[in-house]
Ligand binder design. Structure first.
Ligand SMILES: [Zn+2]
Length: 415
């Protein structure tokens, strides 16, 4: 498929604007191609956003437990429900999650959950790109089979155009040290993305130290868990020395400000991490702890909460936070995304600059972070194909929603 998108206002990570035509051949942007012409009528065309930490299927649990602490939220509400989930439940929950992400301008995800084939199928059915990291834990005694499934999945999807496998040991409080080490080895031997929750809540550091007699970060460093293909989710309670280590290891932190705030887990030390050169990306976390899958919200809230906390309106600059939602994710993930440029994958979002949230147009770059309303998103392309143009191009929205509602009722009846 060859496409010419005429009259685009192209925005890249530095938030500069360029009025030009874009050329797409197959799944990539190219310098020039003679193809079907589509006039974009001076709409803004920006890179698709990259959500580097999510559990898409947990749309099934949106609103199920509010106003409780992380440990209670997990043990009393989430884990009992997750035990009852079928592969089909995870498929429909993931599908709704990916639809919401696309509608909100997200074109690539890093997901951690179980039933990886169901997650991948949901993504492919709606046309979404992502890394499916099989969530791993051995507290239930089934760690080995999960790790095998994870490795098989990585092999199976090694050359898929939209999906790659990843390794997702859930956290140090759900994985034994030995199992975590095996998981890291599987990631390394398959050259795969590794992602895990780290020091998300205030008690994790001391709880781990009491169990293992070593600091969590020191243990993870000793087993080689930090490198440029690692995404640490949260890192809310990392100290200066640990941030320095992550910087040296070129490890990425996925900053999830809304989830951290909602669960009362604190404010991640992102300005400090930036000053030490740590690569920062953004994540929504799940629809159960956020409750939206919207990175525009994360850009705004992630900036504001740091400024409020530090009483400093000059930190977390617009360009800095826009990069966190786009091109910074290129470092750890195996896809060339986050930038509109020849040779990169053609993942883009078309934004109407005439929407009320986008005017005055001459200051549009500020609006993308501070006043954006997703109703301004008119179309979304992933891998050279339109997946959203006011409605989803590949799935029947109403049918999916009806099936989703039935699934939620069915899960509740099993508890
Ligand atoms: Zn998470």
């Amino acid at each position: 498929m060859k496409k010419v998108l005429k009259n685009c206002l192209v925005i890249n990570e530095n938030l500069s604007v360029e009025k030009r035509d874009l050329y797409v051949e197959g799944e990539k942007f190219v310098d020039f191609v003679d193809g079907d012409i589509e006039d974009m009528n001076s709409m803004i065309v920006m890179p698709g956003l990259v959500n580097t930490h999510t559990h898409a299927a947990m749309t099934l649990f949106r609103g199920v437990a509010e106003d409780v602490a992380l440990s209670e939220w997990l043990s009393d509400y989430i884990f009992p429900r997750e035990l009852k989930l079928t592969e089909e439940d995870v498929y429909i929950g993931s599908l709704i999650g990916f639809m919401e992400m696309i509608k909100n301008g997200i074109t690539t995800f890093v997901d951690m959950y179980f039933f990886p084939h169901a997650v991948a199928q949901a993504a492919k059915d709606v046309g979404m790109r992502g890394i499916v990291a099989r969530g791993l834990a051995d507290v239930d005694g089934h760690g080995a089979e999960k790790l095998k499934e994870c490795e098989n999945f990585i092999h199976e999807y090694a050359s898929d155009p939209l999906i790659r496998g990843g390794v997702g040991p859930h956290a140090l409080y759900t994985c034994s040290n030995e199992y975590f080490k095996e998981s890291v080895e599987v990631a390394h031997s398959n050259d795969s993305l590794l992602t895990f929750h780290l020091l998300e809540s205030p008690s994790e550091r001391n709880d781990y130290k009491a169990r293992s007699d070593i600091e969590a970060v020191d243990f993870l460093n000793s087993i080689g868990a930090f490198d440029e293909k690692t995404i640490v989710a949260h890192g809310t309670h990392l100290n200066d020395e640990e941030l320095e280590l992550l910087s040296q290891c070129k490890t990425t932190i996925s900053y999830n400000p809304t989830s951290n705030a909602k669960l009362g887990n604190g404010i991640a030390p992102i300005p400090k991490a930036l000053s030490k050169g740590v690569n920062i990306t953004l994540g929504t976390d799940s629809a159960a702890s956020n409750n939206s899958l919207n990175l525009f919200n994360e850009m705004k809230f992630g900036s504001l909460i740091q400024r409020a906390y530090k009483k400093d309106p000059t930190m977390m600059k617009i360009k800095e936070i826009f990069k966190m939602a786009t091109c910074n994710a290129r470092k750890p993930i195996p896809f060339d995304v986050g930038k509109i440029e020849s040779g990169m994958l053609a993942d883009l979002v078309v934004v109407d600059p005439n929407e009320l949230s986008m005017i005055p147009q001459k200051y549009f770059y500020s609006h993308l972070v501070y006043s954006f309303d997703v109703t301004a998103i008119k179309k979304v392309m992933i891998g050279g194909k339109w997946v959203y143009d006011g409605d989803f191009c590949n799935v029947n929205t109403q049918e999916v929603i009806e099936r989703f509602e039935k699934t939620v009722d069915s899960i509740d009846s099993r508890i």
